[in-house]
Design a protein around this ligand. Structure first.
Ligand SMILES: Cc1ncc(COP(=O)(O)O)c(C=O)c1O
Length: 357
């Protein structure tokens, strides 16, 4: 059945080994982030046998899948108070920035007779989660309150960059995390075990030897899955960018003019598309759509094919230069960028999976 996501587990394993070599070689512990492929359990088998330290996800539903397995589990998205008990049940560590939530996690941990570790998130300017780095009083207040909680361990500090503000991790901004940690340590006479220096956008600093020394953890999703560092979108040496590919089937193949006929309004997603007049061209419609992929982040492997547009269930391709290579019922193959991989795995009711072992 199509559409089909083909997962080459040998390539995934290669990328995993290279990520471990790179991150652990830099003296960091490694959290592998599994949300990009909805915590697929075939991939988990590779993770479990590997040398990674933590398995991390933003959704508790994904972490639940790992119940009874051996790696420590991390919740990446700040917990909702309404899920506090689930968080303590299914995660060993979570990223937090709100003392009210941390207090609820403590209550849940007391109830479940567990200890729960916390990374206090510091916002170094990307403006997503974390206490803003200049709000020192708020940082100290959070630490002070946390230290009063019986079943919470302040395990360290974390930062996330490049996700909202597109701020690039540098030695300078990550050093602010280290300085903040040292101020906390001095003020409260404690030792913070972990300083988590970000995601796939931080890995380029390893090659440049610019990761500040006390940064001792990274949380890596995209670099492991697709082989690119996300600060400057460079491919990493010896990684694969096609461990995941998508195949979809041609359901219509016809020559048509390239500009719609009649007055145009908005498309199925409320946009006003602009059509380039390419004359009459051969177009293929394939049975996959915006519900399953992000057409702007999907890349035909056949370089003669380009994507013209998409609706929820259809992708329209320009196949004018492909001669007679394709007919109705054939399939077209694509590489996926992160957002397409995320959507294809989330659309599991419609997108089949095939594993190359
Ligand atoms: C807090 C946090 N850390 C790490 C990651 C992993 O990011 P990336 O896939 O760019 O490595 C994400 C996003 O998935 C995240 O939200």
């Amino acid at each position: 059945m199509y559409p089909k996501l083909v997962i080459d587990l040998k390539k995934v394993k290669n990328n995993l080994d290279k990520t471990i070599e790179m991150v652990k070689g830099a003296g960091c512990s490694l959290m592998i982030v599994t949300k990009g492929y909805c915590a697929d359990m075939e991939i988990y088998k590779l993770l479990e046998e590997s040398d990674i330290d933590y398995i991390a996800d933003s959704r508790i539903q994904n972490l639940k899948k790992y119940d009874g397995t051996k790696k420590e589990r991390v919740l990446l998205r700040l917990p909702m108070i309404s899920e506090a008990e689930e968080v303590v049940r299914h995660a060993d560590l979570s990223l937090n920035s709100e003392i009210k939530t941390i207090q609820k996690l403590n209550e849940a941990a007391v109830k479940l007779n567990k200890k729960h570790k916390i990374l206090l998130m510091i916002d170094l300017g990307d403006l997503r989660e974390g206490i803003f780095f200049r709000d020192e009083e708020e940082i100290y207040h959070a630490v002070e309150e946390m230290l009063k909680l019986s079943n919470i361990e302040l395990f360290g500090l974390g930062v996330n960059l490049t996700c909202y503000g597109a701020v690039i991790p540098k030695k300078e901004n990550l050093s602010v995390l280290v300085e903040t940690a040292e101020k906390i340590e001095n003020k409260f006479s404690i030792k913070l075990k972990m300083l988590s220096g970000g995601n796939s956008s931080s890995v380029y600093l390893i090659g440049k030897n610019q990761l500040p020394e006390r940064i001792n953890n990274l949380r890596v999703g995209e670099a492991f899955l697709l082989g690119d560092e996300t600060a400057y979108s460079q491919m990493l040496d010896s990684f694969y960018d096609d461990a995941f590919t998508l195949e979809a089937e041609i359901i219509e193949l016809k020559e048509k003019q390239s500009v719609p006929v009649g007055e145009t309004g908005v498309d199925a997603f409320g946009n006003r598309p602009v059509y380039e007049d390419l004359g009459v061209i051969k177009r293929a419609i394939i049975a996959v759509g915006r519900q399953d992929v992000d057409p702007e982040n999907l890349h035909p492997i056949d370089s003669e094919i380009s994507i013209l547009g998409a609706s929820s269930d259809h992708l329209i391709l320009n196949v004018n230069n492909t001669g007679n290579r394709y007919s109705v019922g054939d399939t077209v193959k694509f590489k996926l960028s992160y957002s397409s991989l995320l959507r294809a795995t989330t659309s599991s009711a419609y997108v089949e999976k095939e594993y190359i072992k």
